[in-house]
Design a binder for this molecule. Structure first.
Ligand code: PRX
Length: 639
């Protein structure tokens, strides 16, 4: 049985790329074996400190602290220092709204707005240590509010704008936030969304004040004494606000993420280590240079946006595109139009988006001039080799390396990733741990032999690691530091290491099935399915089976021009059996129009699993971008 559907092809870095890359020598891995001194050098090189640390790392497993007694301010590192170095007129953000509105923010513009908003927060009584909740779509006020919080030492918790009122409420209560920054409304695919009503519902009865950004110009109810317009508060605000001197270990933000139990947990990130980790990976993995135009398509409401739209790019003085809309509105060439318009050189996106673009057809990419691109990135889920090859050929025109970056909310920064100037890429593999990091594949017996599946464990601390779960010590220990002890971080992902030491991610361990005693990653079956020419996208879940314990059940979205039929179903089942082995044969295949996804594009397999298993309770669908699909699928399965 073939363990993983692997492509044999290897893609070395193009000569031209290699010549100019920041990292050009394998020796970085050896040098970083002394990981404390490696990170110390990066901290000296990439971050400005008010006071140097006394000690690089303090271990009290499972708690780790970095840059003890180091003092800094992140907004100073992201803004002031670029102005002091004569880069005030450089563009920080090229912002584009859904309807094509465009705004440019130089580092000086951003500095001014951040300082003014920091003063607004102070005037409203926000002090160092007070958590501020931010509930905004992809408007410039979102990074401005985050940086203003960082400037005065108020940790932020950004709640993705697509989340429901209930999700916002839970987070505001858990974080103890007394201030919520929200907006009136905004459009999604041309349709106005009444955002303010959602936040009103969320804060109803809570002791909270709201600052409201005017974005949609829709009619809203402003409650006297509770709601204040952003632009009115800003009118009066002073343009200078002294940055608060922060300890390296002061809380920078909370980011809520769902764990095994489904109740969101507040992942804690602190100031010094987070910035060092994010700035280092931003520089080495994206290989950013002064003249790059970098675009990460994620939403700032997720960790990807925090680390690689806000803090990483600004800490390196980079020019970024920030886009409010979706890839296919008003036309399926919207993304490629943006690449052409701004001359984007580095594009960082998710496999699900790549597969969607594949489904729409390559003519939409070909319509535009995307020749400015020099590096592509992927994040969020394992990228199937077929999508990788399409991204490489159609978007990258065969000349752009692809950095498939594996990491998670808890890690803060890339953990397993290529370094584009030196790594020979294998489509579908995130390759190797970043210098200074150590990844292992383990099971209860210890490190598993190469080529075998196990749990991905990180067995060395890194500066941007989570510092805990907000008010949830036991959960922190249980989720990450119990299975393999307090010195080995359990990621919750399954993986295989191949003979070259490359890591192949297999999805969350929770999605691993046990079919008649055989372990099987749902991601593997999906990857096999999408290799078939008829399949655009698929999601595989485990359903209970009388004899085998569990069997895979496949949901399949067909490419344009294909029709679902019994014959095609049989063909797909045979295909999976051929690619992986008979145990991986889906018990059934259901052809569907679309898959339930979160706004960030993650397929909600839990919901699909419940539908396929015939559960009464389908689960929470409020965070879906397309909740209507759930009923369609359920009716298809049980008419
Ligand atoms: O399963 C892994 C998957 O996304 C999970 C983390 O999700 P989240 O905290 O929402 O952060 C997403 C953005 C960093 C991981 O446990 N994942 C992320 N990147 C990859 C990935 N799986 C495979 N390959 C990746 N490049």
């Amino acid at each position: 049985m073939k363990e993983v559907a692997q492509e044999e092809q290897v893609f070395p870095p193009p000569e031209e790329f290699k010549r100019k890359a920041w990292v050009t020598d394998e020796s970085v891995y050896d040098e970083a074996e002394d990981y404390q001194s490696f990170w110390e050098k990066r901290a000296e090189e990439l971050v400005d400190w008010y006071q140097k640390w006394d000690q690089v790392l303090e271990k009290d497993p499972p708690y780790y602290k970095w840059f003890i007694n180091g003092k800094l301010n992140i907004s100073y590192n992201c803004l002031d220092r670029w102005i002091e170095r004569g880069q005030g007129d450089k563009i920080a953000y090229l912002w584009e709204g859904e309807e094509g509105e465009a705004e440019e923010y130089t580092y000086r513009d951003l500095y001014r707005e951040v300082n003014r908003f920091a003063n607004v927060l102070k005037d409203r009584g926000v002090k160092k240590g007070d958590v501020v909740a931010i509930y905004l779509p992809m408007v410039p006020e979102l990074p401005i509010a985050m940086l203003a919080c960082a400037r005065i030492g108020a940790p932020h918790t950004v709640v993705f704008a697509g989340f429901s009122a209930g999700s916002l409420r839970d987070r505001v209560i858990d974080a103890g936030a007394k201030h919520v920054i929200t907006c009136d409304g905004y459009t999604r695919r041309g349709k106005m969304l009444d955002h303010k009503s959602k936040s009103d519902e969320a804060v109803d009865g809570l002791d909270v004040q709201c600052i409201v950004v005017k974005r949609g110009n829709n009619q809203v109810n402003m409650q006297e004494g509770r709601d204040f317009w952003w632009h009115e508060l800003m009118e009066e605000a002073e343009e200078e606000c002294e940055p608060q001197v922060m300890d390296a270990e002061d809380l920078l933000f909370l980011m809520y993420t769902s764990g095994t139990t489904g109740k969101p947990k507040g992942v804690m990130h602190t100031t010094g280590g987070y910035l060092v980790g994010v700035a280092t990976t931003m520089k080495w993995v994206f290989d950013v240079k002064d003249d790059d135009v970098y675009w990460c398509t994620a939403d700032i409401g997720w960790i990807t946006g925090h680390s690689y739209i806000v803090y990483g790019p600004l800490a390196l003085g980079v020019t970024s595109v920030m886009f409010e809309g979706t890839p296919d509105y008003p036309q399926p060439d919207r993304w490629w139009e943006i690449v052409e318009k701004y001359g984007v050189t580095i594009l960082y996106t998710a496999p699900t988006a790549i597969r969607m673009c594949m489904k729409l057809g390559e003519q939409w990419v070909d319509k535009r001039d995307v020749s400015s691109l020099r590096l592509l990135g992927s994040v969020g889920e394992p990228i199937n080799p077929e999508a990788w090859l399409w991204y490489h050929r159609v978007v990258g025109k065969g000349k752009c390396p692809i950095v498939d970056t594996w990491w998670m909310t808890e890690t803060g920064m890339h953990i397993i990733t290529p370094l584009p100037g030196i790594t020979n890429l294998k489509p579908g593999s995130a390759t190797r741990p970043f210098p200074g990091l150590k990844g292992e594949i383990r099971d209860a017996k210890g490190v598993v032999p190469q080529g075998q599946k196990g749990d991905l464990v990180i067995s060395r601390p890194w500066p941007s690691m989570l510092r805990g779960l907000y008010n949830a010590h036991d959960k922190y220990v249980e989720e990450y530091w119990s299975k393999y002890g307090p010195e080995r971080y359990f990621t919750g992902d399954g993986a295989i290491q191949d003979e070259d030491g490359y890591f192949w991610l297999l999805g969350r361990v929770g999605d691993v099935l046990n079919v008649a005693g055989h372990r099987l990653g749902t991601a593997e079956v999906e990857s096999a399915l999408v290799e078939h020419p008829a399949v655009a996208e698929s999601a595989v879940v485990g359903i209970p089976h009388e004899l085998k314990g569990q069997v895979p059940f496949a949901y399949v979205v067909l490419r344009k021009g294909y029709q679902g039929s019994d014959d095609l179903k049989k063909e797909l089942i045979k295909h999976v059996s051929k690619v992986i082995g008979p145990t991986a044969r889906p018990d059934d295949v259901l052809f569907v129009e679309d898959l339930p996804k979160t706004r960030s594009g993650k397929i909600m397999r839990r919901i699909l699993k419940n539908i396929a298993s015939g559960e009464q309770e389908i689960g929470d669908i409020t965070t879906l971008k397309n909740p209507e699909i759930v009923d369609d699928i359920a009716r298809k399965l049980r008419p």
